[in-house]
Ligand binder design. Sequence first.
Ligand SMILES: Cc1cc2nc3c(=O)[nH]c(=O)nc-3n(C[C@H](O)[C@H](O)[C@H](O)COP(=O)(O)OP(=O)(O)OC[C@H]3O[C@@H](n4cnc5c(N)ncnc54)[C@H](O)[C@@H]3O)c2cc1C
Length: 391
Amino acid sequence: MESYDVVVVGAGLAGLQVSRLLAENDLRILLIDRKASLTRGVHTTGIFVRRTLEDFALPDDCLGPIVRDVTLYSPGRRKLDLQSAHAEFRVGRMPQLYERFRDDAIRAGVDWMPATQFVESAQCNSRSLLTLKRSNAAVCVSTRYLVGADGATSGVAAALDLDENRELIVGLEEVLEHVPLQGAPRFHCFLDPRVAPGYLAWAVHDGHQVHIGVGGYPARFDPVVALKKFRASLEGILDLSHASMVERRGGRIPVGGVLRRIANARGLLLGDAAGAVSPLTAGGLDPCMRLSKFAAEVIVDYLRTEKPEALSAYSGDLFRARFVSRLWMRRGLATVRSPKTIEVACALMRAPLLRSFAHHVFFGRGSFPDLGARTLSPTRGLNSSAACELD
Ligand SMILES: Cc1cc2nc3c(=O)[nH]c(=O)nc-3n(C[C@H](O)[C@H](O)[C@H](O)COP(=O)(O)OP(=O)(O)OC[C@H]3O[C@@H](n4cnc5c(N)ncnc54)[C@H](O)[C@@H]3O)c2cc1C
């Protein structure tokens, strides 16, 4: 039976990052994903925010052009234009980015096993014996530590007896080609509970393709119907006359805030599995990058010292304190169901005082937990002086 220091389940952004960082610290790492190809079944739009772009060296050729302009539309399609002086967003070319990160991880020494599903874990003295499924056959491996980077409905969370996400919205988008980019790239956001109950609908050009999507609470809408309706309503905003759909992306997004119990002596959770998504904006890519860096530090420390105290900083309880205002705003968004109420709120946001609030929501750099200043060695591809915060 193969034996590892750490097995990472899930090769999304969080799993890819943490495995490379751990391998760079001379640990024996296995990274598995149930997908056969990382370019298939991508479920994110891939909008990276300024703090991520500034703090992490993402490969430039995997990113679309800089987006500084946002238009926020009310249900009645009244507009609020916001502009940032900074390079605020860039849409990641996610299939290429995942493959690049996977290649970096393999170069760092990670054993990569695609088309492999995590099934269960059993404890045996100080190690975990994992049952994996590959080509319909069971494969057993042994590991000192297990990392669940397996997304919003994590099976590893249940296997480790850690917390699981309970509040989830769903997002669905179409990626379209042959849509001309008119003027500067712009992030169009639509507050409209008829197509996006409790969240947003969006349209954004990544320089090559256009992403058009809707998100909301699954009990309150049919995302397929809502997306069709939303797309049909975009005339005058985007020229979709020659558009052809190349991909459909979708998935669940945890919006209940970071879970409380996300680590124990056998393993820990990362990214969506840990609920590390901004409850307000539902952005999870920046938390993936920050939390995986911190998790790698904690795991290296724990495996070197074998002291449980090394895990104490990796606590959702500690992180949650910084999510309080966003959790309240999430509750507000979830409660308001009437287009008229949202129309009034949007009118207020066009007034100077609340306009700066809207500016803050879209362009603010947030102030989520300081996850420690320790740095890994070497930190290839990471800015080690980066403030370690989640947003
Ligand atoms: C439609 C949509 C649009 C979004 N847009 C944005 C955005 O623009 N910006 C932003 O910041 N956030 C966005 N998000 C959120 C963001 O995409 C996620 O927070 C982020 O991708 C989570 O990454 P992750 O690595 O934690 O998990 P994932 O990317 O979900 O990766 C988990 C991996 O685990 C694998 N896996 C699961 N179970 C098993 C198993 N049992 N065995 C083996 N492998 C397994 C899966 O195949 C998957 O590859 C969006 C989400 C959705 C749904």
